[in-house]
Unconditional design. Structure first.
Length: 278
């Protein structure tokens, strides 16, 4: 059924390219296609059917090319398809999967994030712009969401599952590159559940995310994290001697929980702001 849906997307995209007045698919449709492809590809890969997994990812990427939303990076997809064609099934499947992840991240860029000239601040009175990446992208069953209250407080909540080697949930938002170039780190005003979370930062030109853990209390607290404290993580692997995140190149921020605790979690966030050391 999932493969059928992917193929239907391909046919719809081909039809759309032939109709000048047909509106291009939105971010929701793109994300749905990628989720369907990954939902089919992960069990194929885990069962040793590497070529079939790579084929599903290849079909999804080619259909995305046909959709061609303005915000999508066609060179990124072209490069992944060309490299995967020269690689073995295992490496090729991962190359294609990484490209799907990159497009999925771009499809979450929108948008209602509060940006101010001068001091950098993310506030939550308008809500939008945040999206979720859970371990379902690798076959896991963890759940997580970002909710918004009328008081301007965001709530990252859900429940981890260790089934299928899973165990993480994250929420992320895009920011404009250069927003943090004058800052040394970020401050978060939060209230949690006495569990550990981590701040995420990503550059558009580097695969992986920089992360730094922080502990939470049941009372409101302000957590300060310096960019120099953050370490690069690539799907759980931390490369030795990895570079420090470049503040001026940060294009995405987020929060992740991966403490292997299967109880429900909840983290309230009042604001996230850049700070400059004295």
């Amino acid at each position: 059924m999932a493969l059928l849906r992917v193929l239907v997307f391909v046919l719809c995209a081909q039809y759309a390219t032939a109709q000048e007045d047909t509106p291009l698919p939105g971010q929701g449709e793109v994300r749905m296609l990628i989720e369907e492809a990954i939902a089919l590809g992960v069990p194929l890969y885990n069962n040793g059917r590497l070529e079939a997994c790579a084929a599903v990812y290849r079909i999804a990427l080619r259909s995305l090319q046909l959709m061609a939303p303005k915000w999508m990076s066609s060179p990124l997809i072209d490069d992944a398809l060309n490299r995967a064609a020269r690689e073995d099934s295992n490496r090729g499947a991962w190359t294609l999967r990484y490209a799907l992840d990159d497009v999925y991240r771009m499809a979450g860029v929108d948008l209602g994030v509060t940006m101010r000239q001068g001091p950098f601040a993310l506030e939550f009175d308008q809500g939008g712009g945040w999206y979720t990446i859970n371990d379902g992208v690798m076959g896991g069953l963890s759940r997580g969401s970002m909710g918004f209250e009328n008081t301007g407080i965001a709530n990252f909540y859900g429940q981890l599952s260790l089934a299928n080697n899973g165990g993480f949930s994250s929420v992320r938002t895009a920011i404009a590159e250069g927003s943090l170039d004058r800052f040394d780190g970020l401050e978060l005003r939060i209230r949690g559940d006495q569990r550990d979370y981590a701040l995420l930062a990503a550059q558009a030109d580097v695969r992986g995310t920089w992360q730094q853990k922080f502990s939470t209390e049941t009372q409101w607290q302000i957590v300060r994290i310096a960019f120099t404290e953050m370490t690069l993580s690539m799907r759980g692997w931390r490369p030795p001697n990895s570079p420090t995140v470049r503040a001026e190149r940060i294009a995405e921020l987020g929060i992740i929980i991966s403490d292997k605790d299967e109880r429900p979690f909840s983290l309230e966030i009042d604001w996230i702001r850049g700070y400059k050391s004295q």
